[in-house]
Design a protein around this ligand. Sequence first.
Ligand code: KDG
Ligand code: MG
Length: 398
Amino acid sequence: MKIVDARVVLTSPGRNFVTLKVETDEGVTGLGDATLNGRELAVVGYLRDHVVPLLLGTDPHRIEDTWQALYRGAYWRRGPVTMAAIAAVDVALWDIKAKVAGLPLYQLLGGASRERVRTYGHASGRDIPELFDSIRARLAEGYPAIRVQTGVPGLERVYGVHHGATPDGARPVVEDWDTGAYLRSLPGVFDAVRQEFGPELTLLHDAHHRLTPIQAARLGKDLEPYDLFWLEDCTPAENQDGLRLVRRHTTTPLAIGEVFNTVFDYQTLVGEQLIDYVRSAVTHFGGVSPLRKLFDFAAQHQIKSAIHGPEDISPVGTAAAIHLDLAIHNFGIQEYAGHTALTHEVFPHAYTFTDGYLHPGEAPGLGIELDEELAAAHPYEPAYLPINRLQDGTIHDW
Ligand code: KDG
Ligand code: MG
């Protein structure tokens, strides 16, 4: 079997998605997700100009060898653009292999370790009443676990909190930030949520990398009475050593890794058991092959999976995640923000979301298709993540 064509499809049925479609001489095709929110065109160029020419004529069954050739052969290792491009190839080749086998991908990964995949959804509000409405809406959709984000007193716009229409386009929106106000207000928010919804509901929070280690330590301690499932991205983790300080001070479980792209980003965090959940996405971590290895490394340290699943991972990346979730033993939880109805039409899929649980379905391969005509009718639109500035104008961390 040989790869005879590989195309990059860029579409925006609600938000931008980068998809690689690999075709073989036997008519079997595979799909991979290479979406990198706000930097989509860089991955498109990397794939079209530097990866597709190397794939043509190669054997799609040699997944590991192809992965190593793209990773080591480039000389320039790691980085989100490179790893998103390699991820798309890896996932497309797994899709092809599983289709040829006539099996859903999870069967090739060892078969099901559970019946269904537990998810968490997003609730947010500018204030407590709006937040409660949003939590009720997620509960009505069946979500068994809910990530809670709120406005901060004195700040007009806060990332992760729905503000009605999102101004998007060619320039990032500026949001303001005040760490003191955030640290003072958040424990009261969780207190109110526990009083309203009781002790049983599984609650999570994402700090979006905005704190220093000592601030993160304080927040973890302050949130202990509210029994969070996790505190996510409490501090920017390029400084892996910083997590030692956080860990010494709090028993609130910690989740990190959505911006990581190789196992090397986790060496200290996993090796010293400084976190409880690894958050990398198939799409940003080089694909199913390396993520599977990361989960095996994490399992040695009693750390579980929690694959990143925001709206900006395409249904192709979502499908790949669900197959892994079903197969691995140390599964923790899957984030599932869902997609627009039009996105589901562009990417018809076998996976299902029922009562807060996902299942990859039984179609051979990933169980996902791409309607290229509909995709072409919804072309790329420039869109960027916001940036945070402090009150004096200084750019703040993510
Ligand atoms: O592109 C950035 C988003 O994917 C990210 O902000 C979402 O933090 C996020 C999450 O946990 O889903
Ligand atoms: Mg996050």
